[in-house]
Structures are given as structure tokens and as C-alpha cells.
Design a protein around this ligand. Structure first.
Ligand code: G3I
Length: 379
């Protein structure tokens, strides 16, 4: 009777397991930066939908932090005085739990995407300070309270700083009705609602020295008044050349010097020509397009791919250099097909600001960031 081949095969398998190198683990954003910072993505209803297994699979593989691009904003989650709609927001939390991702709450108090009734009182008059403070507190209690223990950190106040002029703060309805201390109140209510969550002040364009100095002033004042702020979110809606690497680095260093966590909350790199002030991500800002402002409708050419890759590698070089201060880096979208930059500041363009293209394939910029992540760290 011929000897059974079984023991022989078993020996082979054992030898292979002992001596052959294990299949190389896929290098992902969440794995290469795991000892540095979390790497997040903002998803929207489209990307998170069950009908998009490619998108959800990619997001879960690459990222370990999740922000809802729109679904936790006041307008979405609390459209009417007595009606909250948590269905969409709950889906992000469930998805994140399933894929071991942290959840970031965006955002509790913002002048945009807030229904008009929030600022109205009786008889069509503006709400009083007391009415609006109560509304703010109720909203924060309901939203941050619901996700207590599930959300790692909240963008408590978004974009309260002005973009120019002599005023430090934007003249938003929050400020007009409550006064400058609306920010302090928002943070105190948020701490009350979820004592464990990290609380961030979040804004765009902080690489601009004037706005950055105002942000430092604002947050220093909050710290002196014992307002519970844990970190500053620098949105980081960048362009290919602007802001300079020096300003990006200085922004991180200045905020870290306050003893606060620095979180990069909305990273993307606009590659299209524009006329307006670069770095101004004010959603209300619009520009007119012409034949020169939408040059890459037929695809993103190799030389531009390389420019974008170099820009991302440089930016991540700075994040790594400051990895003790940078807590998280979140991309504002998954793939180029569904980025807000296809519609801003000129509507209907074809932008290419992210690491994954319209088919969710990795771009050279993705490879460049992964390569950066694999470089040895300086002490
Ligand atoms: O959901 C409605 C839909 O029902 C309606 O038919 C459609 C018609 O326009 O609008 C849909 O809402 C849009 C929403 O995105 C969801 O897609 C809004 O019009 C549109 O203005 C909104 O844009 C978002 C914008 O914030 C305003 O909330 C962008 O997707 C989002 O990327 C952008 O994110 C902001 C951050 O929250 C704060 N920092 C700047 C950043 C970029 O502007």
C-alpha cells in the first residue's frame, strides 16, 4: 500500500510557515501612521451607502477616524424645533464601531447650515440672548449627549473668526444675538453633555498670519477663562502652492505652544486655478468660471499628478515632524468624484484634490504619502 502523502504535505506546510516570509501586509494610511496620529476621512451619505461597497471597503481599510461631512450639522440633525433626525448620524457611528474607527462630531455651533428658526424669536423678531443660549444648550445636550462615549471629539464651534477687517470674530447671528461669549458657552455646554469628549475650536485659513494670531488670542482668552477647550482644528483646505510650507508648520507649532492638541480636520489640495483668496473656504464665497478655470475635465495629467504627490509628501513631512503635537489628520472626502471642491468656489468643475481618483483608485499622491509613512522617524 503506498504511503499516505499527508505527513509529507504537512511537513512542507510547516516548513513554509517557518521559513517563507509572511505575505506582506498591505500598507494603508491607518497602518503606516499608527504610531504617529490617526488618519481620518469625511464621508457623506453617498460614500457611506450600502450601494457603494467599494467606497465603504476602501474607507474602512485605509482610515481609523471618521467624520460625517454633513449629517451631524444642525440643519440635518435638528431641522425643526421639536424634531431631531438621528438616522443618518447613527449610521456613521455604527459603521465606525464595526470597523474600529474613532468618530469625530462635526459640528455643534456654526453660522452656516443652521436653520433660520434657530435665530428667530416670537413675532418674527430675532431671538433674545437667553432664548438662543437655551436653544444652543438644548441642542448640544441632545446631540453630544446622544453620542456620549461614542464620539472621540467634537468640533464644538466652527469658523467663528473673521476673514478680514479689524474685528476678530465673524459677525454671525450667534455673535450678534448672544455676544462674543457664545463660544465660551458652547464649550461649557459641550463639556457638560459629554465630559470625556475632546472639544475643538475648528476653522479654515489659519495659516494666514493675521487669522492665526487672532485664533491664538481667542483660544488663549478661553484658557484664561477656564473654558474647556482641548484642541484646535486647522481645516487645511490647501492649494498646490499656497499656503507655504512654512506657514503650515508655523500654524501647528503656534497652536501646540498653547499646550493644546492640534487636529488637521479637513485636508484637501485644490488643484484648479482660481482668482479669489486661496485658503478662504467660506462656503458662502463664489467665483465666476471661464474657459481657463476648469482645465482637467478629461483627466489629471501625469505632470500634475506628480505635483500633487510632491505637495502631499511635503505636507505629511511636516505632520510627521510634529507628530507629538498632531493628534489626527482627516481628509475632507474619500475620492475626487464626490469632493465639495467640484462645486467651490466655482460650480460644476472637475477637481482632483484627494488621494483616490473618481474610480477610487489610488493616485500617485497616495503612494507618496504611504512612502512618507514608511520613512524612518527622526527622534
Ligand atoms: O442634502 C441637500 C439635498 O437635499 C438638496 O437637494 C441639495 C440641493 O442643493 O442640497 C443638499 O445639501 C447640500 C449638502 O452639502 C449635502 O450634499 C448643500 O446644498 C451643500 O451646500 C452642502 O455642502 C457642504 C458644505 O459644507 C455646507 O454644509 C459640503 O458638502 C461640505 O463639504 C462642506 O463642508 C465644510 C465644513 O462643514 C466646514 N468647513 C468647510 C467645509 C467646506 O465648505
Amino acid at each position: 500500500m503506498p504511503a499516505s502523502p499527508r505527513p509529507f504535505l504537512l511537513c512542507l506546510t510547516t516548513a513554509a510557515a517557518l521559513f517563507l516570509p509572511a505575505a506582506a501586509e498591505e500598507a494603508t494610511l491607518r497602518s503606516v501612521f499608527k504610531d504617529d496620529f490617526t488618519v481620518g476621512v469625511a464621508l457623506n451619505g453617498w460614500t457611506l451607502s450600502d450601494r457603494n461597497p467599494n467606497a465603504t471597503g476602501l474607507a474602512a481599510r485605509q482610515f481609523n477616524s471618521l467624520t460625517a461631512e454633513n449629517d451631524m450639522k444642525w440643519q440635518m440633525i435638528h431641522p425643526q424645533p421639536d424634531r431631531y433626525n438621528f438616522t443618518a448620524a447613527d449610521a456613521y457611528v455604527e459603521f465606525a464601531e464595526k470597523h474600529k474607527m474613532e468618530v469625530i462630531g462635526h459640528t455643534l455651533v456654526w453660522h452656516s447650515q443652521t436653520p433660520r428658526w434657530v435665530f428667530e424669536g416670537a413675532d418674527g423678531k430675532p431671538a433674545t440672548r437667553e432664548e438662543l443660549l437655551k436653544r444652543m444648550r438644548d441642542h448640544i445636550q441632545a446631540v453630544a449627549g446622544r453620542y456620549k462615549g461614542k464620539v472621540k471629539g467634537w468640533d464644538v464651534v466652527n469658523e467663528a473668526l473673521s476673514d478680514g477687517g479689524r474685528e476678530i470674530l465673524r459677525d454671525s447671528p450667534w455673535r450678534k444675538i448672544i455676544g462674543d461669549d457664545f463660544i465660551d458657552h458652547a464649550f461649557r455646554y459641550a463639556r457638560e453633555a459629554d465630559p470625556e469628549a475632546q472639544l475643538y475650536y475648528n476653522d479654515y485659513g489659519l495659516e494666514d498670519p493675521r487669522k492665526r494670531a487672532n485664533c491664538v488670542k481667542l483660544v488663549k482668552g478661553m484658557l484664561e477663562r477656564k473654558v474647556p477647550v482641548d484642541g484646535i482644528g486647522t481645516q487645511s483646505h490647501f492649494h498646490l502652492v499656497q499656503p507655504s510650507l512654512e506657514d503650515i508648520e508655523k500654524t501647528i507649532a503656534d497652536f501646540a505652544a498653547l499646550g493644546l492638541k492640534v487636529v488637521v480636520t479637513e485636508l484637501d489640495v485644490d488643484v484648479l486655478p482660481g482668482r479669489g483668496p486661496s485658503g478662504n473656504a467660506d462656503i458662502g464665497r463664489r467665483e465666476q468660471g471661464d474657459s481657463t478655470t476648469n482645465p482637467y475635465t478629461a483627466g489629471f495629467p501625469p505632470d500634475m499628478q506628480e505635483k500633487l504627490a510632491k505637495r502631499y509628501a511635503d505636507i505629511f513631512g511636516i505632520y510627521l515632524k510634529h507628530r507629538k503635537s498632531v493628534d489626527r489628520v482627516t481628509f475632507w472626502g474619500l475620492g475626487d468624484g464626490h469632493t465639495w471642491l467640484n462645486g467651490f468656489p466655482i460650480r460644476g468643475r472637475t477637481n482632483h484634490p484627494l488621494l483616490f481618483d473618481r474610480e477610487l483608485k489610488p493616485k500617485p499622491a497616495f503612494e507618496a504619502v504611504i512612502r512618507k509613512g514608511r520613512e524612518p522617524r527622526s527622534p
